[in-house]
Design a protein around this ligand. Sequence first.
Ligand code: ADP
Ligand code: MG
Length: 627
Amino acid sequence: MALLQIAEPGQSPLPHQVKLAVGIDLGTTNSLVATVRGGRAMVLPDEQGVAMLPSVVNYSEQGTALVGRGAQAMSADHPSDTLVSVKRFMGRGRDDAAAEASRAHYQLAEDDEGMVRFVTSSGEISPVQASAEILKLLHRRAVDTLGNELDGAVITVPAYFDEAQRQTTKDAATLAGLKVLRLLNEPTAAAVAYGLDSAERGVIAVYDLGGGTFDISILRLHQGVFEVLATGGDTALGGDDFDAAIADWVLQQSDTETPQPGQYRKLQGRARAAKEQLSSDTSATISLDGLTPAGGAVALTRECFEALIQPLVKQTLRACRRCLRDAQLDDAVDNVVMVGGSTRVPLVREAVSEFFEREPLLDIDPDQVVAVGAAIQADILVGNRPEGDLLLLDVIPLSLGLETMGGLVEKIIPRNTTIPVTRAQEFTTFKDGQTALAVHIVQGERELVADSRSLARFELRGIPPMVAGAARIQVTFQVDADGLLNVSAREQATGAQSSVTVKPSFGLSDDQISGMLQASFSHAQEDKQARQLAEQRLEAEQLLEGLENALAADGDALLTPVECAELHAEMKRLQETLDDGELSALRLQTEQVGRASEAFAARRMDNSIHRALAGVSLEALEDGERK
Ligand code: ADP
Ligand code: MG
């Protein structure tokens, strides 16, 4: 009888079998899947040999979803059933997304948690479902090409994506049957594609001009860790605007009145084709057949095209300048990486190279560079490079912390900390006998909760009643490799525990994130003062509360009526300065009340010592009082 060979658990029967892993660039305009084969990263094309999949999903009355070029073709006739730029809606609340929707002519609804949904002929569709359709198609394409089920995938997201946007991206991938190894920042993926991660150190600018968005990221590499120094850009600037500039010029040239929306879309399509042709040719022809009664064609030279888009290109450079300033660099950047289809435009290349004073890297197809980097990372993560390639680490884009008394933010994990990370800090109670603690998790760089973004709240109950400040509550923040946050709180004496995984119902737009970052830079001084004021207020409030309790207990016994009146007057003044909210006055008056109450405090202490010396313990006294 032949012996059957059985592999050890967790080990493959073929020790050197290569695992199948892919990288997916889930783009606003186009999506791609790539893998590493024979040591080389390559994108996987469809049956027609086309790698790029338009990120467009069409829903029909039959409830079927059509993805890609087919869906794109339906866009003119079925605008509300054809979802484009779904990425802009990921992890966003209904109100958040209203502006996006009006641009896209969608009808929106919301789910129970206030998250946005699209109203289509197939019913209400969430951005997660629509993204999952795109991912499903790429998943199927990879399985068909590679001949087997995948072991894992790396999905890229913009560096500025927040918790909610990352979580929904991961949800979409899971829904598409993919095993997500890691979410990876798009600029980081682009840097990896160029092998920049193997350098010792360096500063990298990633200039990503896509269809509808412009992103600029400044990364710093240090010992295998990419740190996002700054991100910036424009969510409403991209190749589509180049198309629109051409279309408007054509209308001017041909003296055509504003055409019907359907016709304008047709014209935009022709403008886009001309634009793409002008990246290699010096002139292109745009046909007017079916657009104007007379028909015919107009010729567009590259020179003329460049004049049309010059202001738009300048706009991207302004964003670059801001981003560089935010990054607070001492030296120049070492490398500039070009990403996105629109960086094929020669004028864009020239402008970028002139701005950064160095030749940008553009050997790798700018459409594919993000997917290629993701594939390389996926290959490492599934363990295909046992010779020990460094695992790439990412960092969190905005600080995470919680609210403490006085509306202040205590940062637990500062921005740019590499993930995964776990940080714990001890907190205590504010009031005597407090048995519950409200934990409010916030994100952002500012000192005050009011200026930060609220992520989640939860309560820790079952704290044994103790005097204020005696309970010890350990709060732990844990961010996993995908940037998802889990927060738990534990009371040390009883072990009472409570936790929450942060999946906030409203995402932030990139504008808001860069706005929040910028605000934290420009408000640093203001914030410091606000924090000082809040801390001073807290001190004053605690002093007043303590004094009031003490006066109620011992005031009559230990103070003369005159002393009592004087102390009350100082306390009243402190209350007034508290209401005014002026820092130096508040500080002075707090000190004043402290001095005015010194004698009272001393007498109280004497008194309690006397009582103790009389052989009565304080506990017994208090017990006696309670009876
Ligand atoms: P996204 O990251 O938003 O998904 P892409 O990186 O795929 O977008 O870029 C799409 C944009 O690139 C479109 O506006 C498209 O017209 C433009 N584009 C693609 N090829 C060229 C080309 N050869 N010349 C100029 N623009 C191009
Ligand atoms: Mg892109």
